[in-house]
Write a protein that binds this ligand. Structure first.
Ligand code: UD1
Length: 429
């Protein structure tokens, strides 16, 4: 397993291109199951999760071709995927595949909507809590699917097709909203999803479904009204920029000091994190091409933050913010309200000298003058990258082991940071 070696202390200066969003690219790829025609996705990031999902979809019969480079095409422009599910050859998503990536569970809705049946393993994914799937199953039941659980598998059946229905989520779930939305797009008649997740990636999938011929009202709000179509057609769609990658690099710049343009970033996708960074004393300027982040000399103010569904502060930036606040002038509080076990980075940050006190879902982070390099272990996707941020600011050498988590969600991280002056390299085992 590869490691990443970071020598801390360099300021970051330059430009970091922001890739397409992983959390939009994955459900968009899955949406290809809904149509016999070709779905073309532009700006797909180069990530391990994307490759893995391509394999899983291939198993169901999706042909995936990756377009070659055109003249003027830069690596930062992302990949162009053409996905065609001319025929669904298998409605089984086996344990070996789904257990490696939680989002692949979202094939359930599209498969049962198009084929009238699906058998999908219960998921795995990052170990950041129990992460049940009850909301997904209730949503499909509301659309008329019969659901049984058997030997670790979900069996969903709707031999006459799904029927439009009313889905009222008791809790906001990104994945359950994706599943419900994609299934509703092929259900007969009208469906209403109440308390839908408003994450921009949900909106991106909805926009793509509209291009494919679905009629959806309320995109970007918590009530989505969908008129199902008998068939969906092909479409061309560009994946929106990754707001979590944007926020992560913004925090890396804030941690090290420096001045970086996050090229192609969209400020409207992360107003809450940018606001928190401003409160911390970081200079944020929205430009025509992206977001400029700078911190020159001034120290960091502590902040009080609670993770919330969009438009609140994202749980996917909680670990990174904690790394940053471990160097602030005072004590910050960070409450995690989305996942109950998302503090695995705390003990690793402590190895670098961070002073963090945990009490249930609340972390109190007492800023220290300096972090010191150490050997640490990546535990989940976002936690891993918080260790990179801490390592970049720490004195001396930090080795982050088990970095495969980072490759699942961050494209060419050593290259992007290295070009801005970070001393970072990958050590292959
Ligand atoms: C997605 C994101 C992940 C992000 C999370 C929250 C992708 C690929 N992943 O994950 O990066 O951290 O949203 O923004 O987009 N829950 C239930 N029952 C369910 C489903 C969820 O109780 O059936 C709970 C979860 O345990 C959690 C909360 O709802 O406490 C939110 O989870 P959810 O929004 O579903 O997360 P994911 O879609 O898995």
């Amino acid at each position: 397993m590869d490691s990443i070696r970071v020598i801390g202390g360099s300021r970051l200066e330059g430009t970091i291109p922001i890739s397409g969003a992983k959390n939009a690219a994955l459900p968009l790829m899955i949406a290809s199951l809904l149509s016999a025609e070709t779905l073309t996705l532009e700006n797909v990031p180069q990530l391990a999760d994307v490759v893995q999902l391509g394999r899983i979809l291939g198993n169901h019969g999706v042909d995936l071709t990756i377009a070659g480079k055109r003249s003027g095409h830069r690596a930062v422009d992302g990949q162009t995927f053409r996905l065609t599910a001319h025929e669904i050859v298998d409605t089984l998503a086996p344990y070996e595949m789904v257990s490696r990536m939680r989002a692949s569970f979202w094939v359930l809705g599209p498969l049962v909507a198009r084929m009238g049946e699906a058998k999908v393993s219960l998921p795995g994914g990052c170990a950041i809590g129990t992460r049940p799937v009850d909301l997904h199953l209730e949503a499909l039941r509301a659309l008329g699917a019969e659901i049984e659980l058997e030997g670790g598998y979900v069996l969903a059946k709707a031999p006459k097709g799904l029927q439009g229905g009313r889905i009222t989520f008791p809790k906001v779930s990104v994945g359950a909203t994706h599943n419900a939305l994609m299934a509703s797009a092929l259900a007969k008649g009208e469906s209403v999803i109440e308390n839908a997740a408003r994450e921009p990636e949900v909106g991106d999938v909805a926009e793509c479904l509209v291009k494919m011929g679905a009629q959806i009202d309320g995109i970007g709000t918590s009530t989505l009204t969908i008129q199902g179509a008998d068939e969906l057609k092909g479409a061309v769609h560009t994946v929106l920029p990754d707001r979590i990658e944007t926020g992560t690099y913004a925090m890396a710049v804030a941690a090290t000091g420096g001045d970086v343009l996050l090229d192609n970033a969209r400020a409207d996708l992360l107003e809450s994190p940018l606001d928190i960074l401003r409160q911390a004393g970081v200079e944020i300027t929205v430009t025509n091409s992206g977001i400029r982040v700078a911190r020159n000399g001034a120290g960091l103010n502590p902040v009080n933050v609670e993770t919330q569904p969009f438009p609140g502060f994202p749980t996917d930036l909680q670990a990174q913010l904690m790394a940053l606040m471990s160097m602030a002038k005072g004590t910050s509080t960070i409450r995690e309200t989305i996942f109950e076990n998302r503090f695995m980075h705390v003990q690793e940050l402590a190895r670098l000298g961070a002073e963090i006190d945990l009490d249930g879902d609340l972390a109190s982070v007492a800023g220290v003058e300096k972090l010191h390099g150490a050997q640490v272990m990546a535990t989940d996707l976002r936690a891993s990258v918080s260790l990179v941020i801490a390592g970049l600011a720490a004195e001396g050498e930090t080795i982050i082991n088990r970095v495969y988590h980072i490759d699942r969600g961050f494209e060419r991280i050593e290259e992007k940071l290295g070009r801005c002056g970070a001393r970072i390299e990958r050590l292959s085992s």
